[in-house]
Design a protein around this ligand. Structure first.
Ligand code: CO
Length: 256
């Protein structure tokens, strides 16, 4: 079963070399992707394939529900390398409709480490609740949250010291918010890009522009770390009673 992957790999490498004999030699010599992709781990959203790019053309980071945690050393290191060393000019934050992580954030499920991971999305839902109230259809609710999540994560990436410093230096680097449709294979631009030239949050508020709050103020990484310790040490699902945990608040609301 798993050996099949080696056979497939050999066939793939052969096909690539046949089409272009210098393909791997060129790739091995340097990595110069022009884009950073931050997307969901979902196996149905293969970054390179969707945008028709070869290896070497897209720098990729994926996690469940494409979340930008303000204390995520992994994502921040990728971001720092992409902006500082690779000098990418476009960062694509791409979500997808029907995202299982977003669906879980909307459900009443809890108690696993992943729920800590998804906490910013639960929090986002609570803040934007009024927009969901008129929507009955479950899939439509999930998809709206998928879109809002992309917008929030774009704002979070834009708020990092990495992007802020790049923009202060006058660097041209944009953060785009896209969403992918599992049902039609198409990408959509949500029109929430940031390139450092836009109004500040205060200016936007004064002009009446509605914006998703990036809310990086609450550092969920501490919450995620605690959740991991619960699982590792107690070997059981998290019984975290942190008052700020949205999951706990949702549960409390349900109990009311
Ligand atoms: Co997903």
């Amino acid at each position: 079963m798993i050996d099949e992957l080696f056979d497939r790999n050999a066939l793939w490498a052969l096909a690539k070399t046949k089409a272009d004999p210098t393909y791997f030699r060129r790739l091995a010599a340097q990595q110069a992707p022009r884009f950073l992709w931050i997307g969901c781990s979902d196996s149905r959203v293969p970054a390179n394939e969707i945008v028709g790019l070869d290896p070497g053309e897209l720098f990729v980071h994926r996690n469940i529900a494409n979340v930008m945690h303000t204390g995520d050393l992994n994502l921040l290191s990728v971001l720092e390398f992409a902006v500082g060393v690779l000098q990418v000019e476009h960062i694509i934050l791409c979500g997808h409709y029907g995202c299982g992580g977003v669906r879980r954030a909307l459900s009443a499920q809890g108690g696993a480490l992943v729920d800590h991971w998804l906490a910013p999305i639960v929090d986002l839902y609570r803040r934007e609740r009024r927009r969901f109230d008129p929507i009955e259809d479950e899939e439509a609710r999930v998809n709206l949250l998928c879109e809002l999540n992309v917008e929030m994560q774009v704002a979070r990436v834009a708020a990092t010291p990495i992007l802020q410093a790049a923009w202060r230096e006058g660097r041209r680097v944009a953060v785009h918010g896209w969403i992918y449709g599992l049902k039609d294979g198409l990408l959509r631009d949500l029109g929430v890009s940031r390139d450092g030239c836009e109004k500040t949050a205060i200016e936007a508020a004064e002009s009446g522009e509605r914006r998703i709050d990036p809310a990086p103020i609450d550092d969920w990484s501490e919450h995620v770390r605690k959740g991991a310790i619960h699982l590792l040490e107690a070997g059981s699902p998290c019984g975290c009673a942190a008052p700020a945990a949205p999951r706990c608040v949702v549960a409390a609301e349900a109990a009311e």
